[in-house]
Design a protein around this ligand. Structure first.
Ligand SMILES: [Zn+2]
Length: 301
């Protein structure tokens, strides 16, 4: 979708980088969540990325979600972009690239480091040969899996990204963006859902990884993170922040509320707006926070 007269995704990231701000990335599974993200972004006039994991885009249809996002971008002349989040194989990445996705997160981070490098490099080459304008993200380290509510926190200490391996990974693979493990984690703990605890990030590690990798960096698994840590993480070099679990939680709460309030209503478009509003509030709050960065940070090459 990069062929339109609009700003390209790369330009949007460069702008965010220059202003020490971050672009919000929100996962969607349906029109309710897409409408919520799009309306919140338009209200704030903030460029935005919607993401679909392999499961999310299988549900929506790979070509169908690409067509809907493209139609919003064109009709409203608005910088909304589409990311193929956590894509675990080259065929799956190619399917998304052919459908018109702007960005692919090629994630084979569970493999040993050298194999991760080898497969990610091959994916970058193949995807860029097909679509020179597409952005490819690589992932190193362990940030857990499943944007869901977890009973207990996994031990991610051993999987934290080091500045040296970040530099080596970026140099050898040619990725456009890097997803490091810096204390972030997919999903939320029950105590976070209840509002009793927050995720904390390793800000110094973000700064060190950024200084070595000198590339756009994406913070995955940011749902439930302390607001000040998010501001610090963005100031230290995070260019994009992924929110999924908070979106899912807001969707569920909005839908539960709507159904409880109108137990006999069967018209979807009379029930679902409450779910849209619930998600929209979460997205708007996060977008406002992401765009408040002001401090200088190390430049991207
Ligand atoms: Zn993620």
């Amino acid at each position: 979708m990069g062929e339109t007269n609009m700003q390209t995704l790369r330009k949007v990231l460069e702008q965010a980088e220059a202003n020490a701000m971050a672009i919000g990335h929100f996962n969607i599974s349906d029109l309710v969540t897409l409408k919520a993200v799009f309306e919140a972004a338009r209200d704030l006039n903030a460029p935005v990325v919607v993401g679909t994991s392999e499961g999310e885009r299988q549900f929506m249809g790979v070509r169908q979600v690409a067509a809907i996002v493209k139609s919003l971008r064109e009709e409203y002349d608005f910088p909304i972009f589409l990311n193929a989040d956590h894509t675990h194989s080259l065929p799956s990445a190619l399917e998304a690239a052919k459908a018109g996705f702007d960005w692919i997160v090629f994630d084979v981070s569970t493999l040993p480091f050298e194999e991760n490098v080898r497969q990610t490099k091959a994916a970058v080459e193949t995807l860029k040969a097909l679509r020179p304008d597409i952005l490819v993200e690589g992932e190193i380290g362990d940030i857990g899996s499943g944007s869901e509510i977890h009973d207990a926190a996994p031990d991610l200490q051993k999987g934290l990204t080091t500045p040296a391996e970040a530099k080596q990974f970026v140099d050898e693979t040619g990725v456009d963006t890097l997803a490091p493990a810096v204390g972030n984690m997919h999903g939320m703990l029950k105590s976070m859902v209840a509002g009793n605890t927050k995720k904390r990030l390793d800000i110094e590690r973000i700064r060190e990884v950024k200084a070595e990798a000198r590339i756009f960096m994406t913070l995955h698994g940011a749902s439930g993170t302390d607001d000040d840590d998010l501001r610090e993480a963005i100031a230290a070099g995070m260019t994009v922040v992924h929110i999924n679990t908070e979106v899912r939680l807001a969707w569920r709460r909005g839908l539960d509320g709507a159904l409880a309030k109108q137990p006999n209503e069967i018209v979807p478009y009379k029930v679902l707006p409450q779910a849209v509003d619930s998600v929209k509030q979460v997205v708007a709050a996060r977008l406002a926070l992401f765009s408040t960065g002001r401090r200088a940070r190390p430049a991207v090459q």
